[in-house]
Design a protein around this ligand. Structure first.
Ligand SMILES: NC(=O)CCC(=O)C(=O)O
Length: 269
């Protein structure tokens, strides 16, 4: 399976519309890949909280979803289009979500995942967006994807649920700051080792809202080995994966068999 992570430079001097056109063109250039992955909130920037409301768009028929569906179809690839600020209209008004979109090679929306853990400690995303509540997996011909986004990496319980739902390849779009790059590497590798799964973790490059981005997108195999890693700037990180490696590692080193589910909660002393 050929996978390419497009580590996009979210440059505030570029308009969202121009970036959308540019990224769609990059996706179109990926014909021959099986799966293409984009980062978190690349249209507006994961830390550009002041732009979230203005940049919010519906999933069905919104400008990013429409452009990405067309690009996936033109390239004939599965496209994990990173995430957008989703505007979901409810009877009580509009709610915003940080929503990842997965398109099939015919351009149909195959899955959507609303980020469960919002970053910001009562500010930014945590204050402005609603939390998703659904664990999302998606079956591709080669593997089963488990969807998570950026800050979710810090919550291993979500990854256990993805594993139990059948995930074999964890896809994690991110807008991770350079300041915590050491955490990024450690957490991506930890999620791969504990889940005995591939992890495709695609970050952004550049600086937006005064936050320098970590770049260094990672592809890690089910043994925890880094198969590919981006640098600091915009680039395409491509790898060829053997999806059979997940079953092989799980059979050869069967730690998941030794899980002790249902242990009692400790009593307070
Ligand atoms: N966009 C994010 O979720 C940022 C997460 C982050 O900076 C961290 O966990 O550290």
């Amino acid at each position: 399976m050929r996978a390419t992570l497009l580590q996009i430079d979210v440059d505030p001097s570029e308009t969202v519309a121009d970036r959308r056109t540019r990224v769609a063109e990059m996706v179109r250039g990926q014909r021959g890949a099986d799966l293409v992955v984009l980062p978190e909130l690349w249209p507006v920037g994961a830390f550009a909280a002041e732009s979230f409301a203005a940049g919010a768009e519906p999933v069905a028929g919104g400008p990013t979803a429409t452009a990405m569906a067309a690009a996936a179809r033109a390239a004939g690839v599965w496209l994990h289009a990173g995430s957008i600020v989703e505007r979901a209209d409810t009877l009580d008004g509009a709610e915003l979500y940080n929503t990842s979109l997965l398109f099939a090679p015919d351009g149909a929306l195959h899955a959507a995942y609303r980020k469960i853990h919002r970053f910001g400690f009562d500010e930014g995303e945590a204050a402005l967006m609603a939390a998703g509540a659904d664990i999302v997996t998606a079956r591709l011909p080669q593997t089963v994807l488990g969807l998570a986004t950026c800050y979710d990496l810090r919550f291993p319980e979500q990854f256990r649920l993805l594993l139990d739902a059948g995930a074999q390849t964890l896809v994690v779009p991110a807008g991770w700051p350079a300041r915590r790059r050491a955490h990024w590497r450690l957490l991506v590798q930890a999620r791969a080792v504990e889940s005995q799964s591939f992890v495709l973790a695609c970050g952004t490059a550049g600086t937006h809202a005064g936050v320098r981005q970590a770049g260094h997108s990672l592809v890690v195999d089910p043994w925890g080995e880094v198969l590919a890693e981006g640098g600091d700037g915009e680039e395409a990180v491509s790898v060829t994966l053997d999806p059979g490696r997940v079953a092989a590692v799980r059979a050869e080193f069967p730690v998941l068999r030794d899980r002790r589910l249902g242990l009692p909660r400790p009593a307070l002393r």
